[in-house]
Design a protein around this ligand. Structure first.
Ligand code: AMP
Ligand code: MN
Ligand code: MN
Ligand code: MN
Length: 283
C-alpha cells in the first residue's frame, strides 16, 4: 500500500511544473489525504494551496525547503508547520531569493563563457514570477536544444567544476533551524542520502542537527532507494530523530518521483506527524 501522506513537493512558486492549485488537485487524484507544499526558499504558494486543499477535503501542511550551507556543502532543510506570516523567516527568505538572482546572473555568465548565450533570460522566462533555480537553467538548455535531457545538463553544466556552477553561500544550518522553530515549525533534513557525506560527516551532521533543535530526517523520499529507507530508519533511531516521508515531486517526467506511489515508513520509525491533528486520520 502506498502512503497517503506526502510531505515534500514543489510548485511553480519554485521549480515545480504545476501551480499550487494544480499540484493539490493532482495530489488528491493520486489518493493523498495529507500533503505539505515545500517550495525552495519561498512560502508564497502556501495560502493558495491551502484553499485548494480545503476545497477538496485534504489536510494541508505549510512547508518550505530551505537551502543551507554546512561545511562548504549545500544541504536542504525542510520546515514543516512553519508560519508563512512569521516576519523573521519571511524576510530572510526574501533575502535568499535576492541572492538567488545574483547567483543566476553568475550562472548565466559562466554558461555564456562556455559558448551558450541567452541562458539567464531563458531561465528567467521559464521561472516566470517564481524563483530562479538550476532546474530552470536545465530546462532552458533542453528546450533550446543544447542538451538532450535534464540529467545530462546537470552532469555536464550545473555541478561542481562545471561552467554553470556557482559555489553559492546559503544561510547556516543553525539559522534555518532557528527560523523554522521560532515560526512554530519542525526542522527536517531533506534527502540525507543525497549529500554523499561519508560516515563521519553524516553522523556529525545528525548530531549537530539534533543539538541545534532539529527533529526529523527524511527516511522515505524520492531521492532514496529502498536499502536507504532501512539505512536512514536506523540513523533516525540512533540519533533520536523522527522520520519524514515525501516524494520531492517536481512535475511529470521530472525529478524525483510521482506523488501517491511512495511506500510507507518502515515500522521502526517514529513518524514526524505522530502528534499532528491533521494526520489523525492516518493513525
Ligand atoms: P538550486 O536550488 O537552484 O541549486 O536547484 C536545485 C534543484 O535542481 C533541486 O531542487 C532539483 O530540483 C534540481 N536538481 C539538482 N540536481 C539534479 C539532477 N542531478 N537532476 C535533475 N534535477 C536536479
Ligand atoms: Mn528542486
Ligand atoms: Mn532538495
Ligand atoms: Mn525538494
Amino acid at each position: 500500500m502506498p502512503a497517503t501522506i506526502d510531505l515534500h513537493c514543489h510548485s511553480t512558486i519554485s521549480d515545480g511544473m504545476y501551480s499550487p492549485e494544480e499540484l493539490v488537485a493532482y495530489a488528491h487524484e493520486q489518493g493523498l489525504k495529507v500533503m505539505a507544499l515545500t517550495d525552495h526558499d519561498d512560502m508564497g504558494g502556501l495560502a493558495r494551496a491551502r484553499v485548494a486543499a480545503e476545497q477538496l477535503g485534504m489536510q494541508f501542511i505549510n512547508g518550505v525547503e530551505i537551502s543551507v550551507t554546512w561545511k562548504n556543502r549545500t544541504l536542504h532543510i525542510v520546515g514543516l508547520k512553519v508560519n508563512p506570516e512569521f516576519a523573521p523567516l519571511k524576510d530572510k527568505l526574501a533575502t535568499v531569493r535576492q541572492g538567488r538572482l545574483e547567483r543566476a546572473a553568475i550562472i548565466g555568465k559562466g554558461l555564456e563563457e562556455a559558448g551558450i548565450t541567452g541562458c539567464l533570460e531563458g531561465a528567467k522566462a521559464i521561472a516566470g514570477a517564481g524563483i530562479v533555480t538550476r532546474s530552470h537553467f536545465a530546462r532552458y538548455l533542453v528546450e533550446a536544444g543544447h542538451v538532450k535531457d535534464i540529467k545530462t545538463v546537470f552532469k555536464k553544466y550545473m555541478v561542481k567544476g562545471k561552467p554553470g556552477f556557482v559555489n553559492h553561500v546559503w544561510m547556516p544550518l543553525e539559522e534555518a533551524i532557528t527560523l523554522i522553530k521560532d515560526s512554530g515549525g519542525t526542522a527536517v533534513i531533506a534527502h540525507p542520502g543525497r549529500y554523499d557525506l561519508g560516515r563521519t560527516n553524516l553522523h556529525l551532521l545528525m548530531h549537530e542537527f539534533r543539538m541545534l533543535g532539529g527533529e526529523a530526517i527524511e527516511v522515505v523520499t524520492g531521492s532514496h532507494n529502498p536499502p536507504q529507507y532501512q539505512q536512514f530508519a536506523m540513523i533516525a533511531h540512533r540519533f533520536s530523530l523522527k522520520a519524514s516521508l515525501g516524494s520531492d515531486f517536481h512535475g511529470p517526467g521530472m525529478s524525483f518521483m510521482p506523488m501517491g506511489r511512495i511506500q510507507d515508513l518502515p515500522t521502526n520509525c517514529v513518524p514526524v506527524w505522530q502528534d499532528w491533528e491533521e494526520a489523525k486520520a492516518l493513525n
